[in-house]
Design a protein around this ligand. Structure first.
Ligand code: KG4
Ligand code: ZN
Length: 336
C-alpha cells in the first residue's frame, strides 16, 4: 500500500507509471502520439487532448496491470499540472483528481520541468550541489540543485528552446518530426565542421538563444542551390552549434556555482552528440544522463518528483490546484 502513481499528459505522450518508495519502476506505460502528429509537422493541441481523453483510462489500467498492483496499493498520485498544453494537462489532472476523490488517495501537482530533473534520480545517486540542464521541446533551463527537494531556476532561453530549434531546423530541411531525432540520425553520416553556424553569445549571461541560429540555417538553405546533396553535413553542423551552446552555458554555470556534478534531462538529452561532447568537454565533472526512455516525457519522472516532495506541503488535500500553460506552444494545425 505504499506505491506512487505518476500521470503525465502535458504534450503528446499519455504516460502512467507506478514506482515504489525506493524509486524502483514497476511500470511506465506510454501511449505516444508522435505518429498522429507527424503529418502536421508538430503537435496539434486539439488533437493531442482528444487522444489523451481516449487513452488515459486504458493507460492507467495497463500500467496498474503491468505493475501487478491495484489502485488500492497506491498511496500517492502525482500528476503534471504545468507547464504544458492546457487542454492536455486538464485530462491528466482531472483523472488524478477523480481517482483521488473516489479512492481517497492523496494527489500531488507536479511541475513538468522538475519532473524532468527528477528523472536523473531514478537510476542514479546524485550528489549535491549540482547543475541540471533541462532541454526539451518547449524549454531550455539551467537549475542549481541544493538538495533533492530544492531546484532553483538560474537561466532559460530568451526565445526558442533547444528542442524547438531542432524541430524548426528539421522542418526547414524537409525532415520529419520530431526534428531532433531526425537530425541526430542523419548527422551521424555528416561532417560537423562543414559549416560554422553562429551561436548566440549573450555576454556573461547564462541565458540561451536559438532563434538566430534557425534564421541562419534558413538563409544558408535559400542561398545554396543543391544543398540537398549535403544535407547530412548541414544537419551535423547545425546540431553542433546547438550542442556547443548548451555545453558552453552549462559549463559556465558549473564554474559560477562551484559544483562538481552536472545532470542533463529532457528530450534533447537523448541527443548522441550532446552525450559524446559533454564527456569530451566536461571531463572534470561528474556527468549524469538518464537512460533514453526516461529523457522524453514519461510518468515515472512525475512519480519520482512526487516521491521527492512526499513529505512537504506540495500535497493538495482540497484538489483545487490549477493547470498552467507555457505561452510559447502554439497550434501547428494548418487549416489552409
Ligand atoms: O522532453 P520532451 O519529450 O517533451 C517536452 O517536454 O517538450 O522533448 C521533446 C523534444 C523535441 O523537440 C525533440 O525534437 C527533442 O526533444 N528530441 C531530440 C532528440 N530526441 C528528442 N533532440 C535532439 N536529439 C535527439 N535525439
Ligand atoms: Zn517534457
Amino acid at each position: 500500500m505504499n506505491y506512487i502513481m505518476g500521470i503525465e499528459t502535458s504534450c503528446d505522450e499519455t504516460s502512467v507509471s507506478i514506482i515504489d518508495t525506493n524509486s524502483k519502476i514497476l511500470s511506465n506505460t506510454t501511449f505516444s502520439q508522435i505518429n498522429i502528429h507527424k503529418k502536421f509537422g508538430g503537435v496539434v493541441p486539439e488533437i493531442a487532448s482528444k487522444n489523451h481523453l481516449l487513452k488515459i483510462i486504458p493507460v492507467i489500467k495497463e500500467s496498474l496491470k503491468e505493475s501487478k498492483k491495484t489502485i488500492n496499493d497506491i498511496s500517492l498520485i502525482s500528476v503534471t499540472n504545468g507547464p504544458g498544453l492546457i487542454s492536455c494537462l486538464m485530462i491528466g489532472a482531472a483523472s488524478a483528481k477523480a481517482l483521488g476523490m473516489i479512492h481517497k488517495i492523496k494527489v500531488s501537482p507536479i511541475n513538468h520541468l522538475e519532473g524532468h530533473i527528477a528523472s536523473c534520480f531514478i537510476e542514479n545517486k546524485v550528489t549535491f550541489p549540482s547543475i541540471c540542464l533541462v532541454a526539451s521541446g518547449g524549454h531550455t533551463n539551467l537549475y542549481y540543485l541544493e538538495n533533492e527537494k530544492k531546484f532553483n531556476l538560474i537561466s532559460s532561453t530568451r526565445d526558442d528552446a533547444a528542442g524547438e530549434a531542432f524541430d524548426k531546423g528539421a522542418k526547414i530541411m524537409g525532415l520529419g518530426y520530431p526534428g531532433g531525432v531526425e537530425i541526430d540520425r542523419i548527422s551521424k553520416n555528416g561532417d560537423k565542421n562543414f559549416h560554422k553556424f553562429p551561436i548566440a553569445d549573450l555576454d556573461s549571461s547564462l541565458d540561451f538563444s536559438f532563434s538566430g541560429l534557425k534564421t541562419s540555417l534558413k538563409y544558408y538553405i535559400d542561398k545554396n542551390i543543391g544543398w540537398e546533396s549535403k544535407i547530412n553535413d548541414i544537419a551535423a553542423s547545425f546540431q553542433e552549434a546547438i550542442i556547443k551552446s548548451l555545453i558552453k552555458n552549462t559549463k559556465r554555470a558549473a564554474v559560477k556555482y562551484k559544483v562538481k556534478n552536472i545532470l542533463f534531462a529532457g528530450g534533447v538529452a537523448c541527443n548522441s552528440r550532446l552525450r559524446e561532447k559533454s564527456y569530451e568537454d566536461l571531463g572534470n565533472y561528474e556527468i549524469l544522463f538518464p537512460s533514453i526512455k526516461l529523457c522524453t516525457d514519461n510518468g515515472a519522472m512525475i512519480a519520482m518528483r512526487g516521491l521527492q516532495l512526499m513529505n512537504t506541503n506540495n500535497l493538495n488535500p482540497s484538489l483545487d490546484f490549477p493547470v498552467f500553460s507555457s505561452t510559447k506552444i502554439k497550434s501547428n494545425l494548418n487549416l489552409d
